[in-house]
Structure formats: C-alpha cells, structure tokens
Design a protein around this ligand. Structure first.
Ligand code: ADP
Ligand code: AMP
Length: 216
C-alpha cells in the first residue's frame, strides 16, 4: 500500500524542514507546491508568471491552477509508492481534489501531521529563514545555520531570503492560513488521520514526534 503524508501547519511551522527528514527516512518524494511554483518563477514559465502575482502578495494561487500543477506532478512514476506533501492541500477544494487523485493509485491520505507553533515564533523563524536556490533546503540564521554562511550544506547551492518572507507579507500569509487553510484541521480530524505535533521544540524533537506518529 502506498503511503501519502500531508504536512499541515502555518508558514514557518517547520513543514519543509521535516518533509526533507521524512522523505529521506522513508525514501519517498518530497512534493512541495511552494518549491514547484518557485522553480517555475525561476524558469520564467507562464505558470510561474501567473503564480508570482499571488505569491508576492502572500495570497494563495487559485485552486484550479494549483490542482492542475499537482496533478501533473503526480503523473510521474516516482509517486506510486507514496509521497510527503508539504504545502498542498491548502484549501478544502484542494483536499477533495487530492483524495480523487490518490484513488487512481489505490491510495489515500494516510496521516496528516498538524505542526503548530505560536505566531511570534513563526514570524521569527520566517524572518531568519535562508533557502537553497537549487534544492529548496531551508536553514535559519540562528536556529539551524548552514556550516558555511550563504552556502547549502547539502549541495553547495546559494542561500537566499525569500521575497515573501519579509515582515508585512509574513503577517498576511499567516492570516491567509488562518482563513483558508485552518479548516483542513477539522477536515482531516473528521477523517481520523490528524496527528497533532508540537512544532515549538528543537528540530530533532519535532522529528521524533513525527516518527512516533508514523508508527500508529
Ligand atoms: P514551513 O515549511 O512550515 O514554512 P520551514 O521548514 O521552512 O517551515 O521552517 C521555517 C524556518 O524555521 C526555517 O528557517 C527553519 O530552519 C526554521 N525551523 C524549522 N523548524 C524549526 C524548529 N523546530 N526550531 C527552530 N527553527 C526551526
Ligand atoms: P510555501 O513555500 O509553502 O510557503 O508557499 C509559498 C507560496 O506559494 C504561498 O504563500 C502561496 O502563495 C503559494 N502556494 C504554495 N502552495 C499553495 C497551495 N497549495 N495553494 C495555493 N497557493 C500555494
């Protein structure tokens, strides 16, 4: 049976950080909708141009565009055994679409770790986040610094600060999360797959909580 894990939580909760850990541990692809959008922006595609008008404002990219992009990603063969989803779904309509997509693989969402941390912690994390331009791995200038300033430990890529991590946009992104994405907490609770994870703990402790949730 394939294993599909959806990491749910506000911006800065640690989804991307933990997704990398889970993907390596379980040898599953890490599918980050934000990374796919950023790749398209970097390559100047039509999708990238459209997505950037929303991303730069801290708004969600429309459901139809996002769902089509994820459907295309799922059409690749590496997803048949499962995936670690990070940043998708972000609305109930996206969650319904995901459920339909997974039926094609005889799969379903097996577990939804819901990672939380207080708002002031999220803001501090995003203000100090540095992202690798090539692999999307994230660092924090204080909580998780790279070995060498400005350089990714994993592949030597350049680290940069995301445009949408500036203070004004971050506050708006958290509001957007609360309005549009938080309803997914009850959505997945009702389906019996939600696992609450305390994200306000060191990275290794959050990983340990996730590993424990995976065993249930
Ligand atoms: P998300 O994908 O949920 O937006 P990230 O994984 O990108 O969150 O993490 C946001 C920032 O917080 C990054 O700079 C990351 O290094 C840092 N971070 C992630 N988890 C923790 C943690 N448990 N403690 C401290 N900093 C963390
Ligand atoms: P992230 O990398 O997850 O922080 O996402 C960065 C930005 O990409 C978000 O603020 C949204 O503008 C956009 N985005 C990422 N995933 C989605 C999604 N599932 N639905 C709509 N917009 C998304």
């Amino acid at each position: 049976m394939p294993t599909y894990i959806v990491l749910l939580g506000p911006p800065g909760a640690g989804k991307g950080t933990q997704a990398k850990v889970l993907a390596e541990k379980f040898n599953l692809p890490h599918i980050s909708s934000g990374d796919i959008f950023r790749e398209n922006i970097k390559n100047g595609t039509e999708l990238g141009k459209l997505a950037n008008t929303y991303i730069s404002q801290g708004e969600l990219v429309p459901d139809d565009v996002t769902i089509a992009m994820i459907r295309e990603r799922f059409s690749r063969s590496d997803c048949v055994n499962g995936a670690i989803l990070d940043g998708f779904p972000r609305t109930p309509a996206q969650a319904d679409a995901l459920c339909e997509m997974l039926k094609e693989f005889d799969g379903r969402v097996n577990l939804v770790p819901f990672i939380t941390a207080p708002v002031e912690v999220l803001i501090e994390r995003l203000a100090g986040r540095w992202t690798c331009r090539t692999c999307g791995r994230v660092y924090h200038e204080r909580f998780n610094p790279p070995k060498q300033h400005g350089i990714c430990d994993a592949d030597g890529g350049d680290l940069y600060q995301r445009e949408d991590d500036k203070a004004e946009t971050v506050v708006h992104r958290i509001e957007v999360y609360q309005k549009q994405t938080a309803p997914l907490i009850d959505y997945y609770k009702e389906r019996g797959v939600l696992a609450e994870i305390n994200g306000f703990a060191p990275i290794e402790e959050v990983s340990a909580q996730l590993m424990a949730a995976m065993k249930h």
